[in-house]
Design a protein around this ligand. Structure first.
Ligand code: GTP
Length: 245
């Protein structure tokens, strides 16, 4: 599947077919849409200057700023999307990449459903630092947290220092849930990153709900079954409206 195959209908301007992501029909809603069925917390991390703020701004506000304004601490965004008949609200914490604030942002890792780790395809060091970001994430977040690896600034192809195949292989080795290249400047795949985030988190939520319904306590290991169901419930509840963030 190509990176942006799933929103092809939209990019081709074909309004007669519904936009699809995975098995869901989707519609991106306005940033200030107030009702929602499910809410998930997402953090955006990565080295300073890789384009975390620009990528998030492009996806949500459809804007791009050539000037560099370093994020201080964090910036908060919401991305609302309807998947079939459910409204999903993504609460997005765009963090600063500067080393000075690194200990501060580990506080944001708690209760994160998904981390988007960004590097710039034209600066090898930012890719090499992914290992450090993954380590930080795994030390401070739940082991269930999903991880996306995003190579930004793909418009700077002639300055490329990180091969797509290399990053893709690295992502596979490290069990990331999605690898994609994007450009906050041209908008390529910027919004798709967040659409895919909503899809994967909703899939995961449904999986837990199905397990909760189908799981029958085994009489011989009733204690274990109870514990397992409690764990599933805790995981699912963590992601629902009341308990997620
Ligand atoms: P910190 O806040 O320091 O962590 O940086 P950041 O990762 O949020 O980077 P930011 O979004 O502020 O972008 C840094 C610089 O890169 C700015 O000058 C942007 O204009 C530029 N930039 C961001 N994304 C792209 C992109 O996709 N292509 C190009 N060519 N430039 C980009």
């Amino acid at each position: 599947m190509s990176d942006n195959q799933e929103n092809q209908n939209q990019s081709e301007g074909d309004n007669t077919k519904p936009n699809m992501v995975g098995k869901y029909e989707y519609e991106v809603l306005s940033e200030d849409y107030t009702n929602f069925d499910l809410s998930f917390k997402i953090i955006v991390i990565g080295d300073s200057g890789v384009g975390k703020s620009c990528l998030t701004n492009n996806a949500i506000k459809n804007t791009f700023n050539d000037a560099y304004n370093a994020t201080v601490g964090f910036e908060f965004f919401t991305f609302n999307i309807k998947l079939n008949d459910k409204v999903i609200k993504l609460q997005i914490w765009d963090t600063c990449g500067q080393e000075l604030y690194r200990s501060l942002i580990t506080n944001f890792y708690r209760n994160t459903s998904l981390a988007i780790i960004v590097y710039a395809i034209n600066v090898k060091d930012t890719f090499e630092d992914i290992e450090m970001w993954l380590r930080e994430l795994r030390a401070h977040s739940s082991p269930d947290a999903k991880v996306f690896l995003i190579g930004n600034k793909v418009d700077l192809e002639n300055e490329r220092e990180v091969k797509k195949e290399e990053a893709e292989a690295y992502g596979k080795q490290n069990n990331v849930d999605l690898f994609m290249e994007a450009s906050a400047k041209t908008g390529i795949n910027a919004q798709l990153v967040f659409i895919k985030a909503a899809q994967i988190l909703y899939d995961n939520y449904n999986l837990y709900q199905d397990k909760k319904i189908n799981e029958k306590p085994d009489l011989e290991t009733e204690g274990e079954g109870d514990n397992y169901n409690q764990k599933l419930k805790a995981n699912a509840d963590q992601n629902d409206k009341k308990g997620c963030c």
